[in-house]
Each structure stands twice: as C-alpha cells, then as structure tokens.
Design a binder for this molecule. Structure first.
Ligand code: FAD
Length: 330
C-alpha cells in the first residue's frame, strides 16, 4: 500500500494550503477529494460552456499573511480585485474560483473522485479507504466540515481524544442554495456585478457573471439566505427557481437559456467561541482544519491550513525523516 507522510482529506483552500506548505518542507503528501473538481466551496460549474461560481463569490484579505498571499496570486494573474474601495477590495479568481484552486494545487498529488469512507489508526499509522482503494499516512489531516468529520470518525469507530471530538461538535454551518441562470439578455442590476442584500432573505447575493467577467454571455448566480435554504432544502429545482426569481428586483420575465441549482448543506460556519486555528489530537496523529476555525470565510480556511501545516510539520520532524526531501531544501 502507498504510504505518505501526511494524508489530507479535502482539496479545498485549507487542504491545498496545508499540503503546499508540507510539500515545500519536503514531506510527501496526498490529497483525496470526493469532488470531480478541486477547491471545495471555491467552486465553479459550467453551463453551456459558461463558468458560474456557485460557492464563494469573492474573498477579502484582512490580515497581513493572507494579504501577502493574495498579492502573490494577483501578480501571478490567477486572482484580481473585483470590487470595493482600495484597501477594502473584494477579490475573485481569474476565470472562476476553482481555476484559482487548480493553479494553487499544481505540483500536488491530488486524487479526485475519491470519497473517503473509512479511516483507521493502528500501530502509529493511519489507513484511509476511499471508493477507489486504500492508502496509508503517518499523519492524517481532515479538512471536511466538522459535522462530516464527526460522521466519518464515528462510522469508522476511531478512538479520538474527547477534547478533539468536543471541539469538532462546536462547529456548525448554515445552509445555502445557489441558483445559476444563463440568460438571453443582461439584467444590468449593478455596476460592480454584485448586489448584497441587507435583509439576506430570501436572497443574500445576486451576481451578474458577465459583469464579474467570468462569462461571455449574460448570466446570474442567486444565493439564498440561510432561512430560505433551510425551508427549501428538499424543494425541486423548479420550485427553487420560482421562489428565488420571484424575489428578484426586476419587472417582467427572465429570458432563461440554462439553469443549475446547487444546495450547500455546509455553506457558512455559524459563530462560535473557539479561538484556535485548528484542532489536533497529536497523540493519535490526527488534525482537523478549515473554515471551522478562525474566520468563517476563505481567509480563515487559508490561515487554518497554514497553521495546521506548521503543527504537522513539527510533529513529523520529531518522528521521521521527510520522504521527498530534496538536497539543501531544509
Ligand atoms: C454559497 C457559499 C458562498 C460563500 N461565500 C463566501 C464569500 O463570499 N467569501 C468568503 O470568503 N467565503 C465564502 N464562503 C465560504 C468559503 O467558501 C469557505 O469558507 C472556504 O471555501 C472553506 O474552505 P475549506 O477548505 O475549509 O473547506 P471546503 O472548501 O469545504 O473543502 C473541504 C473539501 O473536503 C472534501 N470532502 C468532504 N468530505 C469528503 C470525503 N469523505 N472524502 C473526500 N473528500 C471530502 C470536499 O469535497 C471539499 O472539497 C461561501 C461558501 C458557500 C458555500
């Protein structure tokens, strides 16, 4: 069986950030993601060849570390300021959010379409089974939303320390429904291409994709508020379409040429009192990170990925020699 210094469950921004840092430190890392694409909630879907960001629409950079990272992305041409005053810009990926995730994961061993179904720890080594086989890791990093991490650990009957499980159980999420529409004509709702509703219900944001600059043809992404999502999570796409488009600030009919609906069970993390950047059970060599810690947004997930990587690197450095170390690298 293949064995890595660290197995990372999830190739969202937290998993990719952590993996980049561990690989740069010379360790062997494999990321497993159940999705067909990369990026998790950094998500883009195509309708008739047009790209729609249906997870995060934009990101902010408030702290020094993430601001410097975003500056690198901008210089590399994979992110750009979208709207907002200088110093308070909202950024987005060039060509779609998940293109940014793809660029960030160049050089990483990412295995897609691999849903991790079972994890087990024996004799100091983690085994991970997915729908496509099994792998081993000296360390295990979970970056899926905490409720999914709990389910996986319970199903696998893993014996983690109580503090680790208690911390996971504090992290909860709101739902969101994204409705993507390819249109025959522009709506012209806003100059920037985004309207953020103060009421947040039933619609939280409306993005005009051609104004945002990710589609050639007119399109919109309507993202619901959490109450709407809770009430309509089981509703059909047609019902979601009717209820959300009825609430649009337009008169007349929409000229719809294509439609897709994405229901997010774990969209935005609810507020909590945790102050840590990640969660660890170091004696069992398992960590959890992501937007469950720090800020409930992309910056928070990035910082969590950075910090958790430092912790895993220091644990690996005590216990083993990196398997991919290049001469002179460390
Ligand atoms: C609709 C929506 C709008 C948002 N808007 C914004 C915004 O405007 N600005 C902002 O900053 N943030 C926004 N966010 C939040 C932001 O997207 C997240 O905070 C961030 O992307 C979380 O990254 P992450 O790596 O922690 O988790 P994720 O991106 O969720 O990554 C976790 C990964 O784990 C994978 N996974 C889960 N279970 C398994 C399994 N069993 N096996 C294998 N893989 C698995 C998933 O496929 C996923 O790729 C939004 C989110 C949503 C959903």
């Amino acid at each position: 069986m293949e064995r890595f210094d660290c197995l990372v469950l999830g190739a969202g921004i937290a998993g990719i950030t952590a993996a980049r840092k561990m690989v740069a430190a010379g360790f062997s890392v494999c990321l497993l993601d159940k999705g067909r694409g990369l990026g998790g909630r950094f998500a883009t879907r195509r309708i008739d060849g047009q790209s729609f960001d249906h997870g995060a629409q934009f990101f902010t950079a408030r702290g020094k570390l993430f601001s410097a990272e975003v500056q690198n992305w901008v210089e590399a041409g994979i992110a750009r300021p979208w709207f907002g005053k200088p110093g308070h810009e909202r950024f987005c990926g060039v060509g779609g959010m998940n293109r940014l995730a793809k660029e960030l994961s160049v050089g990483l061993d990412v295995r897609r379409d691999q849903k991790v179904e079972w994890v087990g720890f024996a004799d100091g080594v983690w085994s991970v089974r997915s729908n496509q086989g099994a792998l081993e890791g000296n360390r295990l990093l979970l970056t899926n939303p905490a409720p999914q991490a709990i389910d996986l650990l319970e199903t696998s009957e893993v014996d983690c320390c109580v503090d680790f499980l208690n911390t996971l159980s504090v992290i909860e999420y709101e739902k969101c429904i994204s409705l993507m529409l390819l249109l025959g004509s522009e709506l012209g709702l806003s100059e920037s291409g985004i309207i953020q509703s103060e009421a947040a219900e039933p619609i939280a944001t409306i993005t005009e994709t051609s104004v945002k600059g990710i589609t050639d043809l007119p399109g919109i992404v309507i993202q619901s508020g959490p109450e709407f999502a809770e009430e309509n999570f089981g509703a059909s796409p047609d019902t979601v379409f009717k209820r959300l488009t009825d609430a649009l600030p337009i008169s007349g009919n929409l000229d719809v040429e294509g439609m897709s609906v994405q229901k997010w069970r774990f969209a935005k993390r609810k507020d909590h009192a945790l102050e840590c950047f990640f969660n660890e059970d170091e004696s069992n060599f398992i960590w959890h990170s992501g937007d469950g810690y720090n800020a409930p947004r992309i910056e928070g997930a990035f910082l969590s990925g950075e910090r958790v990587a430092e912790s895993i690197i220091s644990s690996l450095s005590v216990n083993c020699i990196p398997t991919t170390q290049e001469p002179g690298k460390r």
